[in-house]
Design a protein around this ligand. Structure first.
Ligand code: A3D
Length: 320
């Protein structure tokens, strides 16, 4: 069977890290695409030289021409600009919407059968625009945010309770903003829902509340520390988990920005929900039962995403 072809659109901090992980894991041959000349070629050459050391039978190539992504099985999109300290993700919308138009048209022309994972912020609006600009089937275009937000949630829980990260299963739903919805009742430590873990003394309610708050602001915490950009290692790992589930038909259930058609009371937009990813893309949306509080938080988050979509439509009339 031929090797998979993975096109990384954007060869910046996340794009370069994605290329490195994909090569080490022998997930497939990698095309690293960017508008900047030299950067994708330099990163691709650097990593392909490392394959002699870690022994992966894959090739990597840098590109500035969309023709090079032809026939890609997976496209992971990080093209655009990241946040700087003091900026919200929403401040990026003007620049990154134009980038999504160019990227969407490039994918439509050269890789129409790909499974597309968008990472560019503001995530839920950019994946929506990317689907519109590319015209690819909705189940083949998804956004990465929930895997990352949930990973942050899980790590904070592991750090606080001293329980292995392997035995923590955390879920964060809704849009990828500070009003995302960490699902306290559905997240577990060793199988115990978090409210039960509090009752059993793993942490206090106040400590759990602080973790929920830290999770919501997890991206900003790293932006403030780095000062020159945003997180890239954990975002890249998160997108690779999604790509792997598609390429290997693993059928993992992951929190992703998926197109909703009535699930969770939401239609015609992307928002973070648990979804099963297999060889057909998004094969199923998993519906958690939600109480009134969770419904209200989810609605607030969805309303924020609606506001971002409206802003996209105001900027680009073709999206209306
Ligand atoms: P960065 O290192 O700046 O890389 C972005 C790359 O995109 C640069 O190399 C640019 O040259 C390139 N680029 C710009 N315009 C185009 C274009 N039209 N076509 C192709 N390439 C282009 O950023 P990064 O890798 O740190 O972050 C990339 C994006 O991911 C940003 O929008 C971040 O905000 C976002 N991000 C999202 C998450 C989520 O969880 C959703 C997490 C972290 C970062």
């Amino acid at each position: 069977m031929a090797r998979a072809k993975i096109a990384l659109i954007g060869a910046g901090m996340i794009g370069g890290t994605l290329a490195h992980i994909a090569a080490r894991e022998e997930l497939g041959d990698v095309i690293l695409f960017d508008i900047a000349e030299g950067t994708p070629q330099g990163k691709a050459l650097d990593i392909v030289e490392a394959t002699a050391v870690f022994g992966s039978d894959v090739t990597l190539k840098g590109a500035n021409d969309y023709a090079d992504i032809a026939g890609a099985d997976v496209c992971i999109v990080t093209a655009g600009v990241p946040r700087k300290p003091g900026m919200s993700r929403d401040d990026l919308i003007g620049i990154n919407l134009k980038v999504m138009k160019a990227v969407g048209e490039g994918i439509k022309a050269h890789a129409p059968n790909a499974f597309v994972i968008c990472i560019t912020n503001p995530l839920d609006a950019m994946v929506w625009a990317l689907q519109k600009f590319s015209g690819l089937p909705k189940e083949k275009v998804v956004g990465m945010a929930g895997v990352l937000d949930s990973a942050r949630f899980a790590w904070f829980l592991a750090e606080k309770t001293g329980v292995s990260i392997k035995d923590i299963n955390a879920w964060t739903l809704g849009g990828h903003g500070d009003d995302m919805v960490p699902m306290v009742r559905h997240s577990t430590i060793g199988g115990l829902p978090l409210p039960d873990a509090v009752k059993q003394g793993f942490m206090t309610q106040a400590e759990l509340d602080a973790i929920v708050e830290r999770t919501r602001k997890g991206g900003g915490e790293i932006v403030a520390l780095l000062k020159t950009g945003s997180a890239f290692y954990a975002p890249a790992e998160s997108a690779i988990a999604m790509a792997r589930s598609y390429l290997k038909d693993q059928k993992r259930v992951l929190p992703i920005a998926a197109w909703l058609s009535g699930e969770y009371g939401v239609s015609d937009m992307y928002v973070g929900v648990p979804a099963l990813i297999g060889a057909n893309g998004v094969e199923k949306i998993i519906q958690f039962d939600t109480n009134d509080d969770e419904k209200a938080m989810f609605k607030t988050s969805v309303d924020s995403v609606k506001g971002l979509i409206k802003a996209c439509q105001d900027i680009d009339g073709s999206l209306a």
